[in-house]
Structure formats: structure tokens, C-alpha cells
Design a protein around this ligand. Structure first.
Ligand code: UDP
Length: 455
């Protein structure tokens, strides 16, 4: 029946019709996107299987010879239906880089069968399912993926609140374009990413020791240190800091004397990978601050913020007060003071009776400053935090997450301050990499008497 004939529509009817048309076109768009995604999954899976087919036979034989074969892992798929994910099983073989990825090849058959996607939420085993978590069910709206946002963030060392949250974030924001981005960003993450499983508790290269803690652990340790009678110092080191430690003996001593030295940035992470000492999490001060604020608030401790331009510590404090209302900020002060004003700055901090002091004067100055004045400051923990207050005060925007996933935060920083940063990133990183490779090959050259003198 033609609704338009015979009588004019009331406003309500017109609105209903428009809303019906809108939801119908939305539904059609979702269906079209899903079909397109499925078509692309099939096309790419066929392509990958064809390209990898010469390898599949030998891998299958190798898996059987090593006592394995094809493993079937129980998984929950779309709408929480059960399926088995295929993967090569190489028992007794240490998971080298190539094997680690080749192992997943049979899961392309799951993609063809319609049980998985190339990109999607993380495939979870039925035992690991969080039944009570209401939002967790959203992760089953889509087929689980060979690649997931969780895998990417984990490999790229970007902190996330929980695996479920990442899956839900993926489901709520997914698009073909987004999947394409994840696939592209997965390439550098696969090569440079951290390998949590093989990470030692402490790394040492180029004369610098790095404590391999996660952000949660570091925040908990810092809070724990406030119970000690001896004040403790925490430093963050990036490639530039390691370079500085070569020419600045005082800074090198400061790093050796620090209670914890934490890794910051892709340079140190790449160096760790070259030395086969994987960094568990890129815990730069900026990413760690929310963890630290939460832990400090819970423990009833107080913070003092020193550094940045006038107005910057105030801005960072406002950010903290808004999110952590119970957090005590014992005091704050900008970082542009002369040597003559230094005693007054130190007195101010001591009088505040703060437990934890964050110093943002730039490395290595901030770290040497903390070390030199630790016993006058009266605080229990002093942390050098670089440009952290600038980020939280909103003075300098942080690189978008996709850039951080690509390990490109440095490029964003360079873009913001090219004149200051070009030397650090282009010259400094090259020197750092040269030093790392030199130290890496040195022991092998020493073992080989024909090689001649050691560099
Ligand atoms: N800064 C300061 N006083 C100074 C020089 C610098 O408070 O005399 C601050 C500056 O405003 C910035 C921070 O120190 O907030 C240095 O940030 P940067 O990003 O350079 O840190 P880095 O990465 O060099 O450690």
C-alpha cells in the first residue's frame, strides 16, 4: 500500500519513515562492509596460501619429524561459537623469529572456513574467557583475527588497560581502513617488537644497566621505595641518554647509582633486540604517569612537580587533580631558576614534605640535579621525567597512537622541534646504532684471532 496516497503524513510519521530509512541504509552499509571484509579475507588468504605453498610441505614434514604436527587449539569464534584454530607444532624447537610466524600459517585455513579473519579481536580459548565481564561479549561480534590490536600493542610495547578493552575498542571502531592500518603497523612491530617471554629482568649494554620492569611493576616499586629510609632515584634512558653517558662521567655515575633505570624509546628497544635482550615494556615517564598517580593516590602519598615553563607544572597538576581527586600534590615550581635561586628551590621541596619528586629539567641535567641534592630534598623518591609535564599540561601534543605503534614517536617529536631535535635523532641515533653494533660484534671478533685488532 502506498502510504503517501490519499492523506498527508503527520510530522511523527515522517520522522519515523526517515529514521527507518536511516537504519535500513546503515544496516545495508554494515552488511556491505562485512561482505567486502569477507571477500578480502578469502582473497588474501588464498594469495598467502599460494605464496607459502612451497613452504607448507617442508614445514609439515619438519613438524612431524620434531614429534609435532598440526595442533588444534580450542577457540571461541564469532558469537562465541567453538572452533579449532590450526597451527604447526614444533615441540622442542626454540621459537626463532621465522618459526614463530610460520607456525600460524595453517590458521589461514580457518580464515577460508569462515572461522577467523586476517585482522580481528584476539582469538581466545574457552577456558580463558571472562564470563562475568559484561563488555567482554562484544569481542565476539566479529571473527577473531590472525592479527589483533592486542598483538600489535603488545609487540609495540604500548601500555593498554586490559586485553578485553582492546578487543572491545577494536570491535567498536573497526573498519577496513583500520584493518589495513593494523596490518601495515604489524610489519615493523613483528621485526622490532619486544618479546615478553624471553625478557631478562635486567639488561646491560654500552655500559648502562636497564631494569626490565613493566609500567605497573615500576609504579608499584616506586611506591614501595617510599617505605625505605634511604632516598632512591629513578632515571629513564633513551638512545640520546646512552650517548651522553659516553662523554659525561657524572651522568654515567648517576645512572649506575640510580635504584631503577628504565628504558625509554625505540632506540633502546632496538638495541635490546640486537643484543637479544628484549625489553618488556617501553615505560617512558609519560606513559607511566597515570600508573604512578593511581598507585600514589591509593597509597596516600604525595607528589611534587618541578620543571617546565611557568604554568606547565600547574597545568599538569590540574590534569592530575581532575583524574585522581584524592592524589596529594605537595607543591610545584617551574624549572627556570638560576644557581642563586637553587637553595630556595630545594628548601621549598623539603618544606613540602613530598614523598615523590618529579623533575622535568631535561636529561641529563635533571638526573644529575636529583643525584646532587637528593639528601637535601627530603623526598623519598626522585624521578627525572623529561618533557612529561609539557605533555600533560597540553603544551606539547603527544604523537598519535598509530605513530607510537609504528615506533615513530621520535619523528613526531622531530617535527615539533626540528631545530633542537635533528642532531639528537639523526646524528645521535646513528652514533648509538653504530656503538650498539660495534659492541655486539666485538666478542665474536675477540674469539677469532684472524680478525686482527678489536675496535
Ligand atoms: N626545562 C626547565 N628548565 C630549564 C630547561 C628546560 O624546566 O632550564 C624543561 C623544559 O621546559 C621541558 C623539559 O625541561 O619541559 C625538557 O624537556 P625535553 O623534552 O627536552 O626532555 P628530554 O627529552 O631532553 O629529557
Amino acid at each position: 500500500m502506498d502510504l503517501d496516497s490519499g492523506f498527508s503524513e503527520s510530522g511523527i510519521q515522517q520522522r519515523r519513515r526517515a529514521s527507518y530509512r536511516r537504519s535500513r541504509s546503515l544496516l545495508l552499509a554494515v552488511r556491505a562492509a562485512n561482505s567486502l571484509r569477507r571477500l578480502m579475507d578469502i582473497g588474501l588468504a588464498v594469495l598467502l596460501l599460494t605464496m607459502m605453498s612451497p613452504l607448507m610441505g617442508p614445514l609439515w614434514i619438519y613438524a612431524h619429524l620434531s614429534g609435532g604436527g598440526i595442533r588444534r587449539l580450542p577457540r571461541l569464534g564469532r558469537w562465541a561459537t567453538h572452533f579449532e584454530q590450526y597451527e604447526f607444532d614444533f615441540p622442542g624447537t626454540s621459537a626463532g623469529f621465522a618459526l614463530c610466524y610460520l607456525r600460524c600459517l595453517p590458521a589461514l585455513l580457518n580464515v577460508l572456513k569462515g572461522e577467523m579473519s586476517l585482522v580481528g579481536p584476539r582469538p581466545v580459548s574457552p577456558e580463558a574467557t571472562i564470563i562475568g565481564e559484561r563488555t567482554a561479549w562484544k569481542r565476539y561480534d566479529l571473527r577473531p583475527g590472525l592479527l589483533s590490536l592486542w598483538w600489535l600493542r603488545k609487540r609495540a610495547n604500548i601500555a593498554y588497560s586490559s586485553e578485553v578493552d582492546l578487543d572491545v575498542e577494536y570491535v567498536e571502531t573497526n573498519s577496513l581502513w583500520g584493518d589495513f592500518g593494523i596490518a601495515i603497523r604489524a610489519i615493523p612491530a613483528a621485526f622490532w617488537g619486544g618479546g615478553v617471554s624471553s625478557a631478562p629482568p635486567e639488561l646491560k649494554f654500552l655500559g648502562v644497566r636497564i631494569d626490565n620492569l613493566t609500567m605497573g611493576e615500576a609504579a608499584a616499586q616506586i611506591v614501595g621505595l617510599t617505605r625505605s629510609k634511604v632516598p632512591a632515584q629513578i632515571c629513564f634512558v633513551n638512545a640520546d641518554c646512552v650517548n651522553i653517558s659516553f662523554s659525561d662521567g657524572k651522568y654515567k655515575d648517576t645512572l649506575s647509582g640510580a635504584r631503577f633505570v628504565l628504558a625509554d624509546g625505540i632506540g633502546v628497544r632496538v638495541a635490546g633486540n640486537i643484543f637479544n635482550q628484549h625489553i618488556r615494556e617501553n615505560i617512558n615517564g609519560t606513559d607511566m604517569l597515570p600508573y604512578l598517580c593511581a598507585a600514589t593516590e591509593e597509597a596516600g602519598l604525595s607528589l611534587y612537580l618541578l620543571g617546565g615553563r611557568p604554568g606547565v607544572p600547574e597545568g599538569a597538576a590540574a590534569w592530575m587533580r581532575e583524574r585522581y581527586p584524592e592524589l596529594r600534590i605537595a607543591g610545584l615550581r617551574h624549572g627556570y631558576f638560576s644557581t642563586d635561586e637553587e637553595p630556595e628551590v630545594i628548601e621549598g621541596i623539603a618544606a613540602s614534605c613530598a614523598d615523590i619528586l618529579l623533575v622535568a629539567l631535561g636529561a641529563p641535567r635533571q638526573d644529575k640535579w636529583i643525584s646532587a641534592h637528593m639528601h637535601e630534598l627530603g623526598v623519598k623518591v626522585g624521578i627525572g621525567v623529561g618533557g612529561l609535564l609539557d605533555f600533560y599540561a597540553g603544551r606539547i601534543p603527544r604523537a598519535p597512537v598509530w605513530m607510537r605503534e609504528l615506533g615513530m614517536e621520535w619523528l613526531y617529536r622531530f617535527w615539533q622541534e626540528p631545530r633542537r631535535m635533528w642532531r639528537r635523532y639523526f646524528i645521535g641515533n646513528a652514533i648509538f646504532l653504530y656503538r650498539v653494533i660495534r659492541e655486539r660484534v666485538r666478542p665474536q671478533r675477540e674469539l677469532n684471532p684472524k680478525e686482527g685488532t678489536v675496535l
